[in-house]
Design a protein around this ligand. Sequence first.
Ligand code: SF4
Length: 221
Amino acid sequence: MDELKLPLCGIDRLRMATDGHGVTALVVSCGCPLDCRYCINPFTHGDDAKFKTVTPEELYERVKKDDLYYLSTGGGITFGGGEPLLHSDFIEAFRRIAPEGWRFYTETSLYVPEENVRTAAGVIDRFYVDIKDTDREIYKKYTGIDGAEKVLDNLRLLKELAGSDRITVRVPLIPGYNDSDNVRASVELLKKMGLTDLDCFRYRVRKKAKNGADNGAEQAD
Ligand code: SF4
C-alpha cells in the first residue's frame, strides 16, 4: 500500500480555544471539492502537484513541540482546509502515532465520500460542520455543487456514529445567497435531525478592491 501523505498548506500553532478546546495546532490541508463564492481559504485550492506533502510521522515531528500545552489544556490538533476529511485515512494513521491525551478536532463541509465520514467518526473527538445552507438550490448557487443532499446524508450518518454531543453545526447567513428565513428553515431541519449545538452567524463580506479581485468573506458575526 502507498504511504499516506497529506498535501499541507500550513500549520498554525498555539491557537487558544478556536475550533477546539484548549491549545490547538491548526493543520491546513490542501484541496477542496467545493467552490464557495466567499471562500476564506482560496490558497488551499489548485493543482495538487504543486502542494508539499507530509507523512504522518513528518507531521508529528512538526507539531509535537507543543505536546505539553495540548495535554495540560485538553487541546490537540484541529484539521482544517480545504476539506480535511478528504484525508480521513491520513488522520486515522496520524492518530495512531500521536500521544493518547491529544484531542482531535476538524472543521469540515462534510461534502466527502461516506466512507471518509465513517473513518473520521472513529478518530475525531469533535466536528465543526459548516453546513452552508440546507436548501438544495441555495447550496448549489453558493458552492457551485449540487451537494446539499449528500451533506445532509453524511450529517445523519455522523450523528448516528458519533452522537450529537460531538457535533457543532455552523449555520451562516450568507449575504446575497440566503436570508434569515432560510437560516431559520435550516435550523428547524437540523433540530429535527436531533442536532443541538447550532452556531448561527453572519458572513461579513469584505468590500471588493477597486480591481474587483477580492470577493472573500470573514466568518464573523
Ligand atoms: S468548503 Fe471551505 S475551503 Fe472549500 S470552497 Fe468552501 S470555504 Fe473554501
